[in-house]
Design a protein around this ligand. Structure first.
Ligand code: PLP
Length: 239
């Protein structure tokens, strides 16, 4: 076993143990919660290594990285999800590769995804991203805009709405973090209760290295963990 493999394995054991503990505290089965490895900036080789370990799926932020790693077979057949902000002109490269798009946040993007999925004759699973902290710097729809966008999915036969995603604000106290995550869970339940035709609302994607345990306590079904698995990211100069 290489040093890197050992490092990843040890990190994953810790993350999995904490996930299980949080699930137990919440009275949930650990099997209900999937671990998405947020692999932005990680190389094809690193992702290939990680794909043999205890990770359920991978999440990419940049279309170029998704394409590169997917086409190289780095995910080893495990699902790859698009978790970063997606530009309309890049949907071509995403539909057919990403099993789930977490970051749908505009009617325009939804229309582009529908068009591409129809063209390729497949059904694209999507989440709507909610800007739960109402931060100007973050993408995602405001809570008030969520319902109109969700209703639009009734007019997109090649998109299947699976639930919601959020990136709650960081650097705040634990109680405030829990409140934001709770608000997401309530929105998720309200969305599921709408029973929109063609939808299957069963995924709530929230929680990162700093708050995945809280997210599990508050009902997340996918946590997206980067740093706690791979270590601190080394960004190329200028990024
Ligand atoms: C980078 C990223 C993560 C993981 O963040 P860490 O703090 O490194 O765990 C999760 N979700 C999204 C959308 C990200 O961009």
């Amino acid at each position: 076993m290489t040093e890197q493999e050992k490092y990843l394995e040890e990190n994953l054991a810790k993350v999995r143990a904490r996930m299980e503990d949080a699930a137990r505290r919440a009275g949930r089965s650990p099997q209900e919660i999937l671990l998405c490895a947020a692999s932005k900036t990680q190389s094809v080789e690193t992702v290939r290594l990680a794909s043999r370990l205890n990770i359920d799926l991978f999440g990419e932020n940049h279309v170029q990285e998704l394409v590169e790693k997917y086409d190289a077979g780095a995910y080893n057949g495990k699902p790859a999800h698009m978790i970063g902000h997606l530009q309309t002109n890049k949907v071509k490269q995403v539909v057919g590769r990403a099993a789930l798009v977490h970051s749908v946040d505009s009617p325009r993007l939804m229309a582009a995804l529908e068009k591409e999925a129809a063209k390729k004759g497949l059904c694209q699973d999507i989440l709507i991203e909610v800007n739960i902290g109402e931060e100007a710097s973050k993408s995602g729809v405001a809570e008030e805009e969520l319902w109109a966008l969700a209703e639009d999915t009734q007019q997109t036969p090649h998109l299947r709405l699976r639930g919601l995603m959020a990136i709650p604000p960081v650097n705040q106290d634990d109680a405030e973090n829990r409140r934001q995550l709770q608000r997401m869970y309530r929105l998720f339940c309200s969305l599921a209760e709408k029973h929109y035709p063609g939808s299957q609302v069963d995924i709530l994607s929230m929680g990162m290295s700093g708050d995945y345990e809280n997210a599990i306590l508050e009902g997340a079904t996918i946590v997206r963990v980067g740093t706690a698995i791979f270590g601190a990211r080394a960004y190329p100069a200028g990024v």
